[in-house]
Design a protein around this ligand. Sequence first.
Ligand code: FES
Ligand SMILES: [Fe+2]
Length: 412
Amino acid sequence: MDHRETRGRDGNAYGRGPQHHDPVITEVGPGTPCGELMRRYWHPVALSANVNERPQNTRILGEDLVLFRDKKGRPGLLYPRCAHRGTTLYYGKVEDEGIRCCYHGWLFDVQGHCLDQPCEPEGGLHKDKVRQPWYPVQELYGLVWAYMGPPDKKPVLPRWDTLEGIGPGEKIFATGSAFGAGGDETQEIVPCNWLQDWENVMDPFHIPILHTSFSGVQFVPEMGVMPQVTWDYAETGMRYTAYRKLDDGREMDRVTLALFPHVRIVPNVQLKAGPADSIGWVLPVDDTHFRLFHAMRVPESFELRIPLGDRKKWSTMTEEERQRFPGDWEAQTGQGPISLHSEENLATSDKGVVMLRRLLKQQIKLVQGGGDPLGVNFDPAEAVVKVEAGNFYKYGYFYQVAATAGQGKPNA
Ligand code: FES
Ligand SMILES: [Fe+2]
């Protein structure tokens, strides 16, 4: 029986068929369709400030890796099992030239070259035959980025116009905490599939419900106005424009982007006018966990304060408070480790989610057919991405002029 077929059993829960997630758009391990799409892009994997001479275990796209910074300052991302007899480099010691395995002292640089084998004659006559598996990394915007795909398909690391040309009195603030997913700075990893967060970016209708009614007013009361939404495809992903007519007569368009493979560009949630000033990335840790990274353009004096509105900080809430005032964390992890797509009933307000999944499937197919997916660029001259997201007040100029003249409302 079709799982949605409730006639005959009157919607009774007994006898429901088994349900499943869509593996094609959710699973990210090596060799999976979506994993291979993901492996065509650079991913933020850590805050630069947190990568140091102490090796750390990390999991990215379902692969366990070890991350460190050698004493010359170069970050390295290596397969953890030592190429000799397999103990983990997590217990290794960082030196000027790389990381030395604790067991028999083989030394590997950040590109996996074996530089020394102290137990072998003359420090290893055949050491150049050994290579520790490695991934290329770069640093930009206070983040360490990794490329885990085919070497001949390595694209240029994108730059974002929002984050370029930082002037005096400004800085870039990078964070890897879960505040953008309803958590706070005490968590980094959110226990559900990455797509549950990324597709949420194309779901403006949860804002008046979840963030304004259920959570209390988490952002500003104006977010409670039910928007009129249009979704369309952008150059390297998707966008929605949510139009709201506010009680004070102002009208605004809120333009939000979801770009490939997992970029989220969400304008200021206090509805501050102007272009979006931060870029976010939803890094799949594995099939059932993700991490968020953000880089923001902020004044020099900026310190991160999570917009809480009526809510308490997530880590200080009791289980009962989370039930009474749920936010993104509860809604997204509440869909399960990987949502069961077979039992969804998608409606008109899910158009953005449907369009995004469709585009994701197309791009996966494109990669399977040998093509280069959206947003991948090989020309350094084209590295800067123009970001067209923000809160745009209609007649903003009129309101500004009117306000100066002492009449009407100022532009926010
Ligand atoms: S296991 Fe690493 S050097 Fe022997
Ligand atoms: Fe949300």
